[in-house]
Every structure is written in structure tokens, then in C-alpha cells.
Design a protein around this ligand. Structure first.
Ligand SMILES: C[S@@+](CC[C@H](N)C(=O)[O-])C[C@H]1O[C@@H](n2cnc3c(N)ncnc32)[C@H](O)[C@@H]1O
Length: 223
């Protein structure tokens, strides 16, 4: 656990380096998200989150990273999936909720109160249906619970039938008709070229995008 300030003591530094090595080992397996696992880890770690919410646990790639960030800061991780994905994680403060994420959002404040958790999300990770209407509903349902200084991560912002990883290998995706990126465009009122890496500022958010491996968007609210 990284306690106190960013002046890392030897044990904390050792834990961080060991965890980063574990993330890199996990990322060496070619998946649809492998290129982003280290970025996800480093980005989320730096925020020092008090609550992380993951929408879409799937096979546990993002869970692997997020629960390690949570563990290093002794923070709870709430993982939501419509299927039973309880077993993909191992962190004792991970609470798995099997439910449609829109339905769960309506219950979130009451659920948090019952669990003794703050209903203020520092990191929101979104990787579910990749459909336009559903992603729009996720933004509308979950963004009200974001804490003032927060980070939102969307995977599959550049989902296509064939995707390329940084090492040049390819994998199979599907055409979601720009579902995820279109919903984010609607929310910001801008157009993105998700086939490119880019950095942009909009409405008090720093927006960064990585095009490869199905696309990753990280948005930091800094106002
Ligand atoms: C692409 S997978 C997630 C992959 C995972 N993030 C990873 O890194 O391994 C998408 C997941 O979203 C879940 N899902 C789809 N629609 C959902 C919904 N409406 N509410 C909650 N989970 C949903 C699916 O059951 C599936 O497990």
C-alpha cells in the first residue's frame, strides 16, 4: 500500500515496481486491450483514487490493472458486469455487482451508503456493450457521480473489424458504427478523429486518445 505522500519509501517503491512488472507480464499476452494496460495502470495510479468504478469486467484484463491500483492506495474497486465475472478479480476490496450498469447507476448512491462507501467516483472505466445508445446512457447515468477531479477511461473508441496492436500484430474486432466515440462526441459537442492519437482540451477536460488496440480515451477533469 502506498501510504502518505508521494515520497516513496523503499517498501512502497518495491510494491510499485513489482506491480508494474506484473502488469507488463499480463500485457505481454495479446488481447484486444493489451497495449493499454500499462497506460491504464500508470495513469490511474497517479490520481491516488479513493473510489474506482469499472463498468465491464469481462475476462478481467482491466480488472487486473484496476484492482492493483486500488490495492496500492487501499481503495475500493466496484466492478459491474451483466454476466457473472466475480471470479476474474482477487482483491479483497473489490465489490462485484452483477447487474445492467444503467439499472445499477440508479441505485448507486443508496448502494454506496449501505456499503459505507462515498458515492464519488475518482476513476470511471467504461468497457461494456460499445453501442451508441448504451454508451450515451452510461455517460448520462454515471457522470453525475464523478468527483470534481476525476479520470474517465473508455476502451474501444476505435473499434473496427480488424485492429492493430503496437507490435504490428492484428486481431479481430467488429464494426460498432463508432458507437463509443460518437456518444463521447455528443457529450463534448465536438468531432474526434479516432483513427489518430491526439490531445485536446474541452470544457475543462484534458482529453487524450490512443488509436491502436481498439482505441483508448482518457479524460481528466481538472477544473
Ligand atoms: C469487452 S468485455 C469487457 C472486457 C474487460 N474490460 C477486460 O479488459 O477484460 C464487455 C463486458 O461488458 C459486459 N456488459 C455488456 N453490456 C453490459 C451492461 N449493460 N451492463 C453491464 N455490463 C455489460 C459484458 O457482459 C462483458 O463482460
Amino acid at each position: 500500500m502506498l501510504k502518505g505522500s508521494w515520497e516513496l519509501r523503499d517498501t512502497a517503491r518495491g510494491a510499485l515496481e513489482k506491480t508494474l512488472a506484473a502488469v507488463r507480464r499480463r500485457a505481454s499476452r495479446r488481447t484486444d486491450i493489451c497495449d493499454h494496460l500499462e497506460t491504464l495502470f500508470v495513469e490511474c495510479l497517479a490520481l491516488r483514487p479513493a473510489l474506482i468504478v469499472e463498468l465491464g469486467s469481462g475476462d478481467g484484463e482491466s480488472t487486473f490493472v484496476l484492482e492493483r491500483v486500488a490495492k496500492l492506495w487501499d481503495a475500493p474497486l466496484v466492478s459491474v458486469d451483466i454476466e457473472d465475472r466475480a471470479e476474474v478479480g482477487s482483491y479483497f476490496r473489490r465489490r462485484f455487482v452483477r447487474m445492467d450498469d444503467i439499472a445499477f447507476a440508479a441505485q448507486f448512491p443508496a448502494w454506496c451508503a449501505a456499503q459505507g462507501l462515498p458515492a464519488a467516483i475518482d476513476i470511471l472505466f467504461v468497457d461494456t456493450s460499445h453501442l451508441y445508445e448504451h454508451t450515451g446512457a452510461e455517460i448520462a447515468s454515471w457522470f453525475p457521480y464523478l468527483s470534481p477531479r476525476c479520470k474517465v477511461v473508455f476502451h474501444d473508441t476505435n473499434l473496427q473489424e480488424v485492429f492493430t496492436r503496437k507490435d504490428g500484430s492484428v486481431g479481430r474486432g467488429w464494426d460498432n458504427e463508432r458507437g463509443v466515440i460518437r456518444a463521447i462526441e455528443d457529450w463534448f459537442g465536438v468531432s474526434f478523429d479516432e483513427t489518430k492519437d491526439f490531445v485536446m482540451e474541452k470544457n475543462g477536460w484534458l482529453i487524450r486518445h490512443w488509436r491502436h488496440c481498439n482505441g483508448l480515451m482518457i479524460m481528466d477533469r481538472y477544473f
